[in-house]
Design a protein around this ligand. Structure first.
Ligand SMILES: Cc1cc2nc3c(=O)[nH]c(=O)nc-3n(C[C@H](O)[C@H](O)[C@H](O)COP(=O)(O)OP(=O)(O)OC[C@H]3O[C@@H](n4cnc5c(N)ncnc54)[C@H](O)[C@@H]3O)c2cc1C
Length: 495
């Protein structure tokens, strides 16, 4: 496949040291000396927090180490008119309400339901609208599950509550409702595992919440592309008076007498009463605030927080003027005989999901693009030398094109551009330190929520725990955290 145009390898090793070495000099930072709130990082949580705080009338500084806003809600352009979205954006309907309430009606109006989610694997080949009605139909007609059983399952999930302290795993839940039906388990679980790396051995409650949100009213995307969404958000932030600095790497959260006093960014101190960190929970505590400022029990709890697994992508751009028939918006493909969360992360890829971007995504461009997504672990990629890394990326690209060719015969000759990203890319671009695409697993939420009890004025907003992960959960959690930060600021003013 050497005739196909692929990305050239990077000439330098892309890691945090590279970022540190390339920060702007402090005198280039055009910021005030003091703010009510400093938000570290401009992922969807950072952006939403900054906007909420500014709307409350607070003075806000948003600092982003990258040259562009958005964090993982990101896109990139390549010559030949190619444009790719990074975090594939399939999310629940709730995103519409969140955008309307905390951003603007214009943004909310760009949310549209995808038409078809398809599964192709040795156990079944079907497509669905991902709604409760359609899932019920499929479970009854294709899988011959008793109708009342399906209704009971949905009702049970809807009644589950985070505060019930339910100790069951997702496996227990499936065994209770669909004993031994691993084909049903695959249908119900594989999309969630693809999305955030969760397994059958994680708490049933986390599955219940994700499932109830996601697989009841369908999957939605943002028409116009991530670039349009983030650019509009940036405009709103500026209108609301937020000061924004990019290429602004926060090196330290300054703390005195158990309270935040400011941050050190690109070597300069900027004061504030409150910090909302959108850097991952681990780097926020260990790298920026410093573990010495926390109780040892809290650090022990942090150390037990597991990252969600990460993913690799292959970006596939069709040449100008080329097209493919409609094959579904999200296509889950697997050659693995049964559902197996570990096999999904295997280096010898047997499963990948294609997000297909038809011209209606960005009508003015009239182009087709596909992104293959594969669950992976950072450690499998960091252990490679630069040469091995490039080879593994090339092999992943070849496999993605081969897989696609099986489902869309003739597509190979239509491809104009190919590029791959891995958990290492995620780590480099967001400094997440764990290369994770969905923050942490379930237990990260507790540590994140308890952070302000350890340090006055220090809050964390971001993807923590699978109920809180993804675009919607991240934005909604940022709203909750912003309300708490606002209350804290009120108390500071009073005292
Ligand atoms: C490949 C992929 C596919 C995905 N698909 C979907 C999907 O289909 N649907 C969905 O809902 N979600 C999806 N997600 C997940 C979703 O994108 C994330 O959960 C969400 O965007 C995370 O937002 P966040 O605000 O928590 O953090 P991030 O987006 O990671 O943002 C953190 C920001 O903080 C900045 N930062 C970190 N440290 C510092 C520092 N010291 N100083 C200054 N800035 C700093 C980073 O540069 C970054 O901009 C996907 C993710 C990936 C990677």
């Amino acid at each position: 496949m050497s005739d196909l145009h692929r990305a050239r390898p990077n000439k330098f090793r892309r890691d945090r040291a590279h970022r540190e070495a390339h920060v702007s000099p402090p005198e280039r930072l055009k910021v005030k000396d003091h703010y009510d709130v400093i938000v570290i990082g401009s992922g969807l949580a950072g952006l939403t927090s900054a906007n909420c705080m500014a709307k409350q009338g607070r003075s806000v500084l948003l600092l982003e180490q990258h040259y562009i806003l958005g964090g993982l809600a990101q896109w990139f352009k390549r010559s030949g008119g190619h444009i790719f979205d990074i975090s594939l954006h399939g999310f629940p309907i709730g995103m519409k309400k969140t955008l309307r309430k905390y951003w603007s009606a214009e943004l909310a109006d760009n949310i549209h339901q995808v038409k078809s989610v398809r599964f192709i694997n040795p156990q079944f080949d079907l497509d669905t609208t991902f709604t409760r009605e359609d899932f019920t139909r499929i479970l009854v007609e294709n899988f011959q599950v008793d109708h009342d059983r399906v209704i009971a399952f949905y009702d049970h999930l809807a009644a589950m509550n985070y505060y019930d302290r339910d100790t069951r795993t997702t496996r227990d839940l499936f065994q209770e409702f669909f004993p031994g039906r691993t084909d049903v388990w695959r249908l119900l679980m594989e999309p969630i595992t693809y999305a955030n790396g969760s397994t059958l051995d994680e708490p049933a409650i986390s599955y219940g919440i994700v499932f109830s949100n996601f697989m009841s009213k369908g999957v939605y995307i943002y028409h116009g592309g991530t670039d349009d969404m983030i650019n509009k958000m940036e405009k709103i932030l500026v209108e609301n008076g937020v000061d924004i600095a990019t290429k602004a790497l926060v090196q330290k959260i300054n703390i005195e007498n158990g309270k935040v006093t400011g941050v050190t960014v690109n070597g300069r101190f900027v004061g504030c009463d409150c910090v909302i960190s959108n850097a991952g929970i681990h780097p926020t505590i260990k790298r920026l605030a410093g573990p010495e400022n926390f109780k040892p029990e809290f650090i022990a709890e942090l150390d037990a927080v597991r990252p969600s697994s990460s993913s690799s992508q292959v970006y596939i751009g069709l040449k100008e003027g080329e097209s493919i028939p409609f094959i579904g918006d999200l296509v889950f493909t697997s050659t693995h005989p049964t559902y197996d969360a570990t096999a999904l992360t295997d280096f010898k890829v047997s499963s990948m999901t294609f997000s297909v971007y038809y011209p209606e995504m960005r009508p003015e461009k009239n182009r087709y693009a596909l992104v293959a997504s594969i669950n992976h672990l950072l450690k499998d990629w960091t252990s490679l030398s630069d040469e091995e890394y490039q080879k593994a990326k090339d092999e992943m690209i070849d496999l993605a094109v081969e897989t696609l060719e099986r489902h869309v015969p003739g597509i190979r000759s239509k491809i104009g551009y190919l590029e791959a990203a891995t958990p290492r890319s995620v780590e480099f671009y967001t400094l997440s330190e764990m290369g994770t695409s969905f923050g942490t697993k379930f237990e990260g939420l507790k540590v994140s929520m308890e952070l302000p009890q350890q340090i006055g004025g220090l809050f964390h907003a971001g993807s923590v725990g699978i109920i809180m992960s993804g675009w919607l959960g991240t934005a909604n959690y940022a709203v909750i955290v912003s309300n708490q930060a606002d209350k804290y600021l009120q108390s500071v003013k009073k005292s």
